[in-house]
Design a protein. Structure first.
Length: 156
């Protein structure tokens, strides 16, 4: 995969960061907040649905589209981001790019029976605190812990 042309940001050290958008899919099940994680296609580690910007689409819409494509999730996406995290993305070429991922809350209403990447990824609901432990990116983990710690379920 060639490095896509995306919005670029600079971090405090002056490094270039590529922008991606992600959904944090959640539901209330038996009174408990749960988050759905998906496996990455290559390393099979637990992640949230995310992807590159799409021309003419707002960030929260891109996050919702990625959730449908990667996990078959349909729901209501908040327009204001929850936060962001950084990670290093490995491209098919072997090159790595630093990314800043803007994360949007997605209250899941249902999961489709079939979706684009169903055969490439596993999906699973986790209790919120367990989901936070399973992701590798420290900033995403912190964002999830803060989300889980809300005294009332998020409003979307």
């Amino acid at each position: 995969m060639k490095t896509p042309k995306t919005k670029k940001k600079r971090d405090g050290a002056g490094s270039v960061l590529r922008t991606q958008y992600a959904a944090l899919p959640w539901r209330i099940n038996n009174g408990r907040l749960e988050i759905m994680l998906v496996t990455s296609r290559d390393t099979k580690r637990w992640v949230i649905p995310k992807g590159w910007p799409m021309k003419g689409r707002k960030p929260h819409i891109v996050a919702a589209i990625e959730a449908v494509q990667e996990a078959g999730l349909v729901g209501k996406t908040e327009k204001v981001k929850l936060g962001d995290f950084r990670y290093e993305k490995r491209l098919d070429s072997g090159a790595a790019v630093d990314c800043c991922v803007e994360v949007f809350s997605l209250r899941v209403q249902r999961q489709r029976k079939n979706w684009r990447e169903k055969k490439q990824r596993a999906t699973r609901w986790f209790e919120c605190a367990i989901a936070a432990e399973l992701v590798e990116e420290p900033e995403l983990r912190a964002l999830m812990v803060a989300f889980c710690g809300a005294s009332t379920p998020p409003k979307v």
